[in-house]
Design a protein around this ligand. Structure first.
Ligand code: PHE
Length: 454
């Protein structure tokens, strides 16, 4: 019933007020916990620099074409994922939109828990400094009642912004918060360079071990990290682009957004690795625990005395800022779909869905094992599945995606469009299918471990 047709869809669809408003909101979606919390531990697992190199390749080869694919579908239809895929692909493809909504639901449910830790660390480091044993402290606050409180608080904030709407809520929050985050992270990178012993950190982070480049596990995690960090595979970019006027150069924007996201992740690495090596904390990050960043860095900041405390506050504030602009986009995918499909008001859609997600998140707030499990299922496997189906959709089902990519394209990128279409058709589906295959087995192992190993 909410299927808008030729005359412009739902009558009063809100649009972004400016080009930069859109770009910053999309960058806000991309830049988040994924760039710092996830990037640093996945990079550490993947051997440091080798992972970083593979990650760059994945961003360019898979990330940018996929981002462009999502953007054109959103802008062409001006509909949220379910409606957009139905309009361009028929009923069957609308199920992919539903998968996106489900994934948004699942990811936000645990993302908010980690964001809650972050906010708690920001407040604690400002008020009391970091406590003596960061490992113990983390296990005290990461799960149970304390985590639940912060999780609910973070969800309330997110719901509030999404409720206000695209221009006044999402766009304004991003315009204010993203530049703040950039400044803080760059400032921290300069500070990290002044630490004694940071050289070993740079070496680990920047000199690749070539043997790791062919390791399928590292390749798989580099691809998945690219999807997660660029917010691809669950319709977030599609949804934001549906609020876009028709005449922007989406090629340029896909490149800008991807590059900005990479720049923040890379710069965050220039903070995290020197700090960790300067203080000899390699071991606490090398393990694949979701808490690595939250254990290693507070310890480091604390060891640096007064200055460390200021820097620690800045770091966690930046992280919380990134988290909130990403959480907004996750909730927006769900909210906009509910508005479009069921005709609910924005306020009711955002509040009701937000509350359901908050309730689901109680499980992840209760146990970090559950959090890790949901991250593997939704953040790794389902995002890859979503990315695969999206590339098949745009490569094989959508009529003339190239024409849509060219609409508004400046001379700089117009020439590249035919090649991008070829990539989406021939390279992305098989490569991402391999990623899905490996993710399937990795997920099975995690699920078995969860139910078997207790
Ligand atoms: N890209 C966000 C981050 O890096 C997370 C995210 C994933 C947001 C998928 C939206 C969709 O933190």
């Amino acid at each position: 019933m909410a299927m808008g047709s030729g005359s412009g869809g739902t009558p009063a669809r809100e649009l972004f007020g400016s080009k930069w408003g859109f770009v910053l909101a999309a960058v806000g979606s991309a830049v988040g916990l994924g760039n710092m919390w996830r990037f640093s531990y996945v990079a550490a697992e993947g051997g440091g620099a080798a992972f970083v190199l593979l990650y760059i390749i994945m961003v360019i080869l898979l990330g940018i074409p996929l981002m462009l694919s999502e953007l054109v579908v959103g802008r062409k239809t001006h509909l949220s994922p379910i409606g957009a895929l139905r309009e361009l692909g028929g009923r069957g493809w609308s199920y992919l939109g539903m998968l996106f909504v489900l994934v948004g639901f699942l990811i936000l449910s645990y993302y908010s828990v980690i964001a809650g830790w972050t906010m708690r660390f920001a407040v604690e480091s400002a008020m009391t400094g970091f406590p003596g044993d960061p490992g113990d402290h983390f296990s005290e606050i990461a799960a149970g009642p304390a985590a639940i409180g912060w999780h609910l608080f973070f969800m309330a904030l997110t719901i509030g912004i999404v409720m206000i709407g695209v221009q006044k809520g999402i766009e304004r929050a991003a315009m204010l918060l993203m530049p703040t985050l950039f400044l803080i992270v760059v400032g921290l990178a300069f500070w990290a360079a002044t630490l004694d012993g940071s050289g070993a950190g740079y070496a680990y982070y920047l000199t690749p071990q070539l043997s790791e480049l062919m390791n399928p596990d590292v390749i798989r995690s580099a691809a998945s990290q690219a999807f997660f960090s660029l917010s691809l595979g669950m319709g977030a970019m599609l949804t934001f682009a549906s609020y876009l006027a028709k005449d922007e150069d989406l090629n340029e924007q896909a490149v800008t957004i991807s590059f900005a996201d990479f720049a923040v992740a890379f710069t965050a690495g220039l903070v995290v690795f020197p700090v960790i090596f300067a203080l000899g904390l390699q071991d606490s990050v090398g393990e694949s625990t979701v808490g690595a960043l939250f254990i290693a860095l507070p310890g480091a900041f604390e060891a640096m005395g007064g200055a460390g405390r200021v820097v620690g506050v800045l770091f966690f504030v930046a992280l919380a800022v990134g988290a909130i602009t990403s959480a907004i986009s996750l909730l927006e995918v769900v909210t906009s779909s509910i508005i479009d499909e069921f005709g609910l008001s924005r306020r009711r859609a955002a509040v009701s869905m937000g509350i359901l997600i908050a309730l689901l998140g109680l499980a992840s707030a209760w146990s970090t094992d559950i959090l890790g499990l949901v991250d593997q299922i939704a953040g790794e496997l389902l995002l890859a599945v979503g990315a695969l189906l999206m590339s098949i959709f745009v490569g094989w089902k959508m009529k003339d995606p190239g024409a849509e990519m060219l609409r508004g394209a400046g001379p700089r990128f117009a020439g590249a469009v035919p090649y991008v279409v070829l990539l989406v058709k021939w390279l992305l589906p098989p490569v991402i299918a391999v990623v899905v295959w490996f993710q399937f087995w990795a997920t099975l192992a995690v699920v078995r471990g969860f139910f078997g190993g207790g």
